[in-house]
Design a protein around this ligand. Structure first.
Ligand SMILES: Nc1ncnc2c1ncn2[C@@H]1O[C@H](COP(=O)(O)OP(=O)(O)O)[C@@H](O)[C@H]1O
Ligand SMILES: [Mg+2]
Length: 284
């Protein structure tokens, strides 16, 4: 009998297309739900029936988190879970969780006013980085090079949404060799890439012109990636690390990761492996 698996999207990116193609090859009945067209019942979800196991691919943190809550309430298993997504989608919750689990992660402080942030920066030292606690693709991540530029940047945030006035300030790691992204599915590291930043850019995000290259999965990378995944309760995630002269540090765990670049550079069928994992979940 063919297995039914659901996938929730608000846009079909090349990554989602890869999942759709992989499902066809594996003879899995993949039901794609466009969440923008669905009305969810907050209590029973009786109007709309979902599959037992769902891959969550909605791009916005707030949208996907609320939808996952609705589905879990209706006894659907969602990858990644509400708890994992809530932690991964928030940089502060991620820092707390990783450091508690003993995963090396950059030193971070949080303040809520311009004055206290400038004081905090004396402790962290310059250059530092200001990041929105919720956000991706490197957007609104600002380097704070010295007191004057820090003050100017913090001042502009005063006119933005309250979310951007949670000042998450992180030490800027020096002499970085490159970033590593390691995909973990069901506690196994399945593929990894090195990520190099584009000339004149310090962020390695593909959205900022970053370049991917195959990265052999060493036992150090595997151990750290799996430890970070377990800490956040992730089922299928992309763990981001920075390779510094003093070793690896994890700065982010992505819960609805874009995997096209990794699949293409490594030749690993990430979409297929995710589907195998979902089918396994459906059967147990
Ligand atoms: N503490 C840091 N020191 C140096 N570079 C950093 C640091 N944090 C992030 N970066 C660089 O900026 C990029 C974006 O930061 P990240 O925290 O992953 O935010 P996003 O969720 O927007 O991708 C990282 O991939 C890395 O290349
Ligand atoms: Mg990132």
């Amino acid at each position: 009998m063919t297995v039914q698996i659901g996938m929730l999207c608000d846009r079909i990116r090349p990554d989602e297309r890869m999942v759709i193609e992989a499902a066809k090859k594996k003879n899995i009945e993949l039901i794609v739900h466009n969440v923008d067209e669905i009305v969810f019942d907050a209590f029973t979800n009786s109007e709309t029936k979902f599959e037992n196991v769902i891959l969550q691919r909605v791009m916005s943190y707030f949208k996907s988190m609320h939808i996952t809550a609705l589905l879990e309430n209706a006894d659907t298993k969602v990858v990644n879970s509400f708890n994992a997504a809530t932690i991964c989608g928030n940089k502060l919750l991620t820092s707390i969780t990783l450091s508690k689990a003993g995963v090396p992660t950059p030193k971070t402080v949080v303040a809520f006013t311009e004055e206290s942030s400038l004081k905090a920066l004396e402790k962290v030292g310059y250059p530092a980085i200001l990041k929105p606690v919720v956000g991706s693709w490197g957007r609104l991540i600002a380097p704070l090079k010295d007191f004057d530029s820090a003050r100017a940047i913090l001042e502009t945030r005063e006119f933005m949404y309250p979310l951007y006035q949670v000042f998450y300030i992180q030490e800027m790691m020096q002499n970085l060799i490159r970033d590593i992204r390691c995909f973990v599915i069901a506690e196994h590291a399945v593929a990894a890439i090195y990520r190099y930043s584009a000339p004149g850019e310090w962020r390695t995000n593909v959205a900022k012109g970053g370049r991917a290259e195959v990265c052999p999965i060493t036992s150090e990378i595997e151990e750290l990636a799996v430890k970070a995944t377990k800490a956040v309760g992730g089922a299928a995630v992309g763990v981001d690390m920075m390779e510094s002269p003093n070793g690896l540090v994890v700065h982010e765990v992505n819960y609805t990761t874009e995997f096209k670049a990794t699949a293409e550079s490594t030749g690993v069928d990430i979409a297929g492996l995710v589907l195998d994992f979902l089918v396994d979940m459906e059967r147990h």
